[in-house]
Design a protein around this ligand. Structure first.
Ligand code: AOF
Ligand code: ZN
Length: 365
């Protein structure tokens, strides 16, 4: 039976898991807490980065020599079912089997076909008491990108934009929106750090060719300590014919266009105007290993994702001033899913308000 103490330790493991938020993808966020029989935490670990040690191995390595004797009667709290495959690291279920603790509490079962119940079964067969489903809803939310990847073989898609109080994304007229004219600032300086955090959470940032040429956005994450996501330049009409100055230092630019011959990116992704967006998403996931993308605009691109129903989350800034005219912001879908309990769905940074919406198909409680 799961107790409130179990939930408290699992919550702690979940907080540890979150520390991998900028680097674990495409792997899930996983945390592990090892607790001695008297309720003392003797080990903590989390999956820091793709290719790095798994949470269980990290937690085990953190147990001091003096506490090793306590392991035999310990309980392990793992936010995700321990893996039973030798991948980039040895199987965690094998490690736990060797240590042979008294009990293992699993948050969420791992839907990865290479694991999928096999890790839990191995522990049970070794005579370890195993319980699963501790804080499952909250953990499904924390690992929503990974779960969607496993179920759909598509990246998790976050649409992001900023609009004025009266619903415009850009206050300039069409005639003034010419290449090189620069971005139109809607939000104030206070909003920047959170925007960089949002970028760093995803593996790619997608932007339409028009916006790339007019606004010349840098799409960096410099205000947070994270690696820059790949830029996905959506250019099915082939508007971009030479490297963009703002993206020259960028390691990964995926140029999405019909003609591989004119690619200016570090990689090319073939996609023609009129083809399904879902086909593009399948390719970004399978061929380009993007497990999530933040779609930053412009309006045409955001509307295309909304109309094709190819999105999972929306993050929207609203500034207090009116613009009266200009480029209309996308219209928020009539029904959006609720954020799970305990997760903020709106906030403010300086004068600006942000809101966070989920696709109605996603229900986390
Ligand atoms: C765990 N603990 O901390 C993580 C797990 O590429 P690899 O070899 O690191 O394996 C990644 C897969 O292992 C990943 O898709 C997921 O199924 C599981 N992740 N499992 O026991 C961890 N990160
Ligand atoms: Zn593992």
């Amino acid at each position: 039976m799961l107790t409130s103490a179990d939930e408290a330790f699992m919550r702690h493991a979940m907080e540890l898991a979150a520390r991998g938020q900028y680097a674990a993808a495409p792997n899930p966020l996983v945390g592990c807490v090892i607790v001695s029989e008297d309720g003392t935490v003797i080990g903590e670990g989390w999956h820091r980065a793709h290719g790095a040690g798994h949470a269980e191995a990290e937690a085990y390595a953190s147990v001091s020599k003096a506490d090793r004797d306590l392991l035999a009667r310990s309980t392990w709290y793992v936010t995700l079912e321990p893996c039973n495959h030798v991948g980039k690291t040895p199987a965690c279920a094998g490690l736990i089997e060797q240590v042979a603790p008294k009990r293992v509490v699993i948050g969420l079962m791992d839907p990865n076909p290479r694991v999928k119940g096999g890790g839990m079964l191995r522990l049970q067969q070794a005579g370890i008491e195993v319980e699963s489903g501790c804080l499952e809803d909250a953990l499904r939310f924390q690992n929503r990108r990974f779960l969607w990847n496993m179920e759909q073989s598509r990246p998790w898609v976050v649409l992001k934009w900023a609009e004025s109080a009266d619903g415009f994304m850009d206050g300039r007229s069409e005639a003034d929106r010419v290449p090189g004219s620069g971005g139109f600032a809607i939000t104030g300086a206070e909003a920047q750090r959170l925007t960089h955090h949002w970028r760093a959470l995803e593996t790619g940032i997608a932007v339409g060719a028009q916006t790339a040429l007019i606004d010349e956005p840098k799409l960096t994450v410099r205000l947070v300590d994270a690696a820059s996501p790949a830029v996905v330049l959506l250019d099915p009409s082939g508007l971009i014919t030479e490297a963009l100055p703002t993206m020259q230092d960028r390691e990964a630019v995926i140029h999405v266009s019909a003609d591989p011959g004119q690619s200016i990116g570090s990689v090319h992704c073939a996609w023609d105007i009129g083809e399904d967006l879902d086909k593009l998403l399948a390719s970004l996931y399978t061929d380009h290993e993007l497990s999530s993308i933040l779609v930053e605009g412009g309006a045409t691109v955001l509307n295309a994702f909304l109309h094709a129903d190819c999105w999972n989350e929306i993050k929207r800034w609203t500034a207090p001033r009116d613009l009266h005219s200009g480029l209309k912001a996308p219209v928020l879908p009539a029904s959006c899913g609720r954020m799970p309990q305990g997760e903020a769905s709106r906030g403010t940074e300086g004068p600006d308000t942000w809101e966070h919406f989920l696709h109605p198909r996603h229900v986390f409680e």
